[in-house]
Design a protein around this ligand. Structure first.
Ligand code: SAM
Ligand code: SF4
Length: 344
């Protein structure tokens, strides 16, 4: 991280022009837009079995409001957009939202989904302009998938992956949260799936963002351990990255298709180079996954704020971004929101 230009706790007014930066010189270039808080799964590491108190329809940002924010961030230099949730595919207007974001010039747009509804949505999403997709799947065993998600829906995920391929998505990424005592013995099976299916599998460390607050450090499988397990089975060649990335990526040394990414969010945080920002389904702007404060953009949107005012709110919030999360510090405080209410 570069030397801060100001004390992030008391930084004075944010710059009024130029790149969207914080006091450490990190440029906000990636916006994750949550389009809904609801979900059709109940992954144990994310949501309680009974779900969460869902937002009322009028609390959700409308399609026009999401569009307006996407345009605003685009005008401020953001080119990477991710549509997420909750489960984005349960929002009826998803294809329209995707079409609007994809219509912005020079953008790279992707979606993160549990894949259950892709059999009918893959094609409309592709037609809306989406090319990249990430499907979350934490086990390749049907019974274990059902245990981890509390729904017997593994067949729907495999059908969704197939539909994504048929619709022409490329790349197709698979997110796998690795949890000790749960699925850590499947790393090599996921690597084989990457080879055989040409997928980009990303192994993610379990983060303290589960709604039930049962996360414990002992359940975190370090990305280095997952990498060692896969490396014992396959020769891997590092993918050269021109800029720092959250994932350390590898290809198979024998030239087989597929990519493997290892994301050490807990054991080796990438806060120093983090360029991610988030808007929640109800329009709260968050400059860190673990932020304890957020900026209410919906109230501003609905009380007639012009773009200059929205820009000021966004710049001020980012200007106050802290150096990084404190999972590994004794004074770590979890945010009130859990993963599905933030937008992963
Ligand atoms: N419902 C969609 C899905 O599951 O892909 C999108 C939203 S979900 C919150 C986004 C990503 O966050 C998923 O890949 C999920 O596995 C991941 N995730 C959820 N809770 C997590 C946790 N406690 N630690 C690490 N990753 C988590
Ligand atoms: Fe739903 Fe995604 Fe959370 Fe699983 S990880 S409960 S699919 S929002």
């Amino acid at each position: 991280m570069t030397k801060p230009k100001a004390d992030w706790r008391n930084p004075g007014p944010a710059p009024t022009g130029g790149p969207l930066i914080d006091t450490f010189g990190r440029v906000g270039g990636d916006l994750r837009i949550s389009v809904i808080d609801k979900c059709n799964l109940r992954c144990t590491y994310c949501m309680p079995a009974e779900g969460l108190p869902w937002l009322e329809k009028e609390e959700l940002l409308t399609v026009d409001e999401i569009d307006r924010l996407a345009r605003l961030f685009h005008s401020l230099g953001v080119r990477d957009f991710k549509i997420t949730g909750g489960e984005p595919t349960v929002r009826r207007e998803l294809p329209e939202i995707v079409a609007r974001v994809c219509a912005l010039e020079g953008v790279d747009v992707s979606i993160t989904t549990n894949g259950l509804l892709l059999d009918r949505l893959a094609r409309p999403l592709r037609e809306a302009g989406l090319r990249r997709i990430t499907v979350s799947c934490d086990s390749l065993m049907r019974h274990r998938y059902a245990e981890m998600t509390r729904r017997d829906a593994f067949d729907k995920v495999t059908a969704g992956l197939e539909a994504a391929r048929e619709a022409g998505f490329d790349p197709i990424k698979i997110n796998c949260v690795v949890i000790r005592g749960s699925n850590e013995d499947e790393a090599v099976d996921f690597a084989r799936l990457a080879r055989e299916g040409g997928y980009d599998v990303r192994f993610i460390e379990y983060m303290p963002l589960d709604a039930e607050r049962t996360w414990e450090r002992e359940k975190v499988v370090p990305a280095a351990e997952t990498l060692a397990a896969v490396s014992a089975a396959y020769d891997l060649a590092p993918v050269v990255q021109d800029a720092p990335q959250p994932a350390t990526s590898f290809r198979f040394a024998d030239g087989a298709p597929g990519v493997l990414g290892f994301i050490p969010s807990v054991t080796k945080p990438f806060c120093d180079s983090c360029n991610r920002m988030r808007t929640t389904a109800e329009g709260a702007f968050r400059v860190c996954l673990f932020a304890l404060e957020e900026t209410d953009l919906r109230t501003a949107l609905r009380s007639g704020a012009d773009d200059a005012e929205l820009e000021r709110l966004v710049r001020e919030a980012l200007w106050h971004k802290w150096p990084g999360h404190k999972i590994n510090h004794p004074d770590f405080v979890r945010p009130d929101r859990s993963m599905s209410m933030i937008g992963g």
